[in-house]
Design a protein around this ligand. Structure first.
Ligand SMILES: Nc1ccn([C@@H]2O[C@H](COP(=O)(O)OP(=O)(O)OP(=O)(O)O)[C@@H](O)[C@H]2O)c(=O)n1
Ligand SMILES: C[C@](O)(CO)[C@H](O)COP(=O)(O)O
Length: 229
């Protein structure tokens, strides 16, 4: 199933405390964002990559794209203050029937998971990669526990998230019109009662967010490059 992917890459990496866009941090000498882009560059079903970036980083992104032969990057667009705005700006340039949204900070997605996701999106409208929650989750106010959430129905949702482009565009337009800000893209479909289904992924598909994630990332990279640990 052919698709295009919007990759938000315009964050500041505040939680990483790296003093720069965390996507430029190198794992074994290669910037995180290059690992992410390579997955889609190498996927024959990917028809194009739309990258949302901080305009101040445009020259660096162009250098990375040229140095790594990333020919599928069809558009660099301006990121926004929030992830949702960065995605929205990228979405304006999506032309394929199926569009994926994938965090630049998740370099370990696999082609097999992408293929399952795009098929599910074409059948249902929206599909997300997720894994069962392992910890017990509690709701609290001012660190006073209010309730323990039943774990059997909880999923930790990742990206890519895949959609029929027409549905995603209308969900984004409605959210923008109503000033709704979600933490992921599928929530914009859920709020307008569009179907979203889960494709079970794996725990390697981490979002590199804080310093600790860099240790996990090095281990996952080693596993991917050399087999089991
Ligand atoms: N305004 C924003 C915020 C985030 N992102 C991107 O969305 C993905 C997921 O966001 P997150 O992990 O939160 O990245 P940051 O916003 O950079 O991290 P932080 O919240 O710690 O600053 C990342 O690839 C990030 O570059 C983006 O394009 N535009
Ligand atoms: C979209 C996402 O990766 C799904 O888990 C997550 O919500 C992004 O959150 P962030 O705070 O913008 O990194």
């Amino acid at each position: 199933m052919f698709y295009e992917v919007v990759i938000p890459a315009a964050g500041q990496g505040k939680r990483m405390k790296a003093g720069k866009n965390k996507l430029f941090i190198e794992l074994s000498g290669v910037p995180i964002i290059v690992y992410t882009l390579r997955v889609f560059e190498e996927d024959p079903d990917c028809r194009g990559i739309i990258l949302s970036i901080n305009p101040a980083e445009k020259d660096y992104f162009n250098q990375l794209i040229a140095a790594n032969g990333l020919k599928k990057v069809k558009k660099l667009v301006m990121g926004g203050k929030e992830r949702q705005q960065s995605v929205y700006n990228g979405l304006q340039h999506a032309e394929e029937d199926i569009v994926l949204v994938h965090d630049g900070a998740r370099p370990f997605i696999t082609l097999g998971q992408i293929s399952e996701l795009t098929t599910a999106a074409s059948l249902n409208g929206g599909a997300v990669i997720a894994v069962p929650v392992k910890d017990t989750i509690k709701k609290a106010a001012n660190k006073k526990v209010l309730e323990t959430v039943e774990r059997s129905s909880l999923w930790a949702v990742q990206t890519p998230q895949a959609f029929r482009v027409s549905i995603l565009k209308s969900a984004y337009e409605q959210a923008e019109a109503e000033g709704f800000l979600g933490t992921d893209d599928a929530s914009l479909l859920e709020r307008i009662n569009e179907q979203v289904v889960i494709i079970e992924g794996n725990y390697d598909n981490i979002k590199i967010t804080t310093q600790e994630d860099l240790y996990f990332a090095e281990a996952i990279l080693h596993k991917q490059q050399h087999g089991k640990r």
